[in-house]
Design a protein. Structure first.
Length: 114
């Protein structure tokens, strides 16, 4: 029955994606404040439909917490390393957080912007 196999494959694909949902914390160092970095991260994360937040730190870095499927987080990681025009990314430090840390994370937002 081809229909049953197809439904099974679709179900497997959805469950694989759900199983790969994770929460990551990034700390981006370099010339990342005063160059539109938070707005850049917000745009990139929103396009990927990630949940979480981005904010400046008092030390001059940018901090990001994002949750989503591994493939989308990998795209965000690449964007963080690239940065917006005018920025200079010297280092991206990444930590995986417990899945429970995703609780309360809604649509991606910029913290401390106003």
């Amino acid at each position: 029955m081809p229909g049953v196999v197809a439904a099974s494959c679709i179900s497997q694909s959805v469950s694989d994606k759900l199983a790969s949902v994770m929460v990551l914390h990034f700390l981006i160092r370099g010339r990342v404040q005063g160059v539109g970095f938070r707005w850049y991260v917000h745009r990139e994360a929103s396009e990927l439909e990630l949940r979480g937040w981005v904010r400046n730190t008092e030390e001059g870095d940018v901090e990001v917490v994002a949750t989503g499927v591994a493939e989308d987080l990998a795209e965000l990681r690449s964007s963080l390393r690239r940065g917006p025009r005018g920025s200079r990314v010297d280092q991206v430090i990444e930590h995986r957080l417990e899945e429970g840390e995703a609780k309360g994370l809604d649509a991606f937002r910029i913290e401390g912007a106003w």
